[in-house]
Design a protein around this ligand. Structure first.
Ligand code: AMP
Length: 388
């Protein structure tokens, strides 16, 4: 099918305009709920029959992300296109970009889809990362270990998420099995960071360069899946400010129009090192729905629709706990019966192990985020993992 230049977008989008979202998961669902509040519609592209995002949107195009027929049908139903996950084909996005404005731009997605491209970009933009080397063979792996030392982390460059596609190398006998096991190749080797905290910052940026940056938050993982977010991060104010500065700088360097999540390590010496970026709403920003006048999802929709971006202010401290897998999904009745828990369920029919089914947020007065004991108490029936 012939492609044409997109029509000049009618930015800012007027009420009742339609935002196309690629992907049908919970991030699309919560973006669509935010859009509805602003009088905007969402239309989802997903192969899934009954998707979390589709359930709350004006329409869905069912099809694969690289099916040109589905992409054309999707484009015809929407005024602007965005995405809620990164493993969408950049070629598909290019096709869409020939039909409708795509925000963030496909070039940004390409960078975030490939760890080597991402780290190259970040380092050029002046954002520090763990030291890293590209690795295409076991010989290159050995050479990289000689430079970076052990332990080190071997990672796929593509299609890795939630800790999938990586291995920690501690001794020479780990090299060959880890190299064989991880795919697709090529890989990268990263120096192991002895971090005190994992933090993230979410920043929205408009076409006019206005940026709104949420506070730095602290993230805890369990089985390499985000478990808990504490807002604000319990770190020194100057470190939190440095993390925000890094996020703003990266958004600027990308010439982002949309939303960007920047995940960072705070090293034992206080340096902030970027681990990865995601040009979309992020799990570590779910607390903003309940603790901020304008959530990350509304910021996403506003940026994509060309609407004004207010400052990313926060009226409360917050803890967000993911509900993962069948065990935590089964806590739902107890959660609903617990005062003070803001409860969110994503409409997924099947609770598989490791699957994010929903989340809860508990708010505290600003400045009153308690220590771990207090957080565990506030989460009531939901067990809190400690550290790690
Ligand atoms: P990733 O898939 O890059 O998000 O990594 C998943 C988790 O592995 C991170 O949240 C960290 O806890 C850990 N990790 C990743 N890279 C490193 C590193 N270079 N040094 C230490 N821990 C790491």
């Amino acid at each position: 099918m012939p492609s044409r230049k997109p029509d000049p977008a009618p930015f800012p989008l007027p009420p009742n305009a339609t935002i196309g979202i690629i992907g049908g998961g919970q991030l699309g669902r919560m973006s669509a709920l935010a859009a509805a509040r602003l009088g905007l519609r969402c239309h989802i592209l997903t192969p899934e029959a009954d998707s979390p995002a589709g359930q709350v949107s004006a329409g869905t195009t069912h099809g694969d992300y690289d099916d040109p027929v589905a992409l054309h049908r999707f484009a015809e139903s929407v005024d602007v296109v965005t995405f809620e996950f990164e493993n969408v084909s950049a070629e598909g996005l290019d096709l869409l970009a020939s039909l409708r404005p795509v925000r963030p731009a496909p070039a940004i997605l390409r960078i975030s889809q490939d760890r080597a491209a991402e780290k190259t970009f970040l380092n050029r933009a002046g954002a520090a990362t763990a030291p890293w080397r590209p690795v295409g063979s076991v010989a290159e792996l050995k050479a990289a270990v000689a430079e970076l030392g052990l332990p080190a982390v071997l990672k796929t460059t593509r299609l890795g998420y939630d800790g999938k596609g990586q291995a920690v190398l501690r001794a020479p006998e780990d090299f060959a099995p880890a190299f064989e096991e991880l795919h697709p190749k090529p890989l990268i080797l990263e120096g192991f960071i002895d971090f005190s905290h994992e933090v993230s910052v979410i920043v929205a940026r408009g076409a006019d360069g206005t940026a709104s940056c949420f506070d730095t938050v602290e993230n805890r993982h369990r089985d390499q899946i985000l478990d808990l977010t504490l807002a604000p991060a319990r770190i020194a104010p100057e470190v939190a400010a440095a993390a925000q500065g890094t996020a703003r700088r990266v958004a600027e360097a990308l010439d982002l129009v949309g939303l960007l999540a920047v995940e960072m390590f705070v090293a034992a010496d206080g340096r902030v090192l970027v681990n990865e970026i995601a040009p979309r709403p992020h799990n570590s920003g779910h607390w903003t729905i309940d603790a901020c006048p304008v959530s990350q999802f509304e910021m996403h929709i506003r940026a994509v629709a060309g609407l004004p971006l207010p400052p990313a202010t926060r009226h409360a401290d917050a803890v967000m706990k993911n509900l993962v897998g069948p065990e935590e999904a089964a806590l739902w009745p107890a959660i609903l019966a617990t005062p003070g828990l803001c409860a969110h369920l994503y409409g997924k029919r099947e609770a598989r192990p490791g699957r994010k089914m929903g989340h809860v947020t508990h708010l505290f007065p600003k400045g009153a985020l308690p220590g771990d004991e207090g957080v565990a108490l506030a989460l009531g029936p939901v067990p809190m993992s400690r550290g790690g």
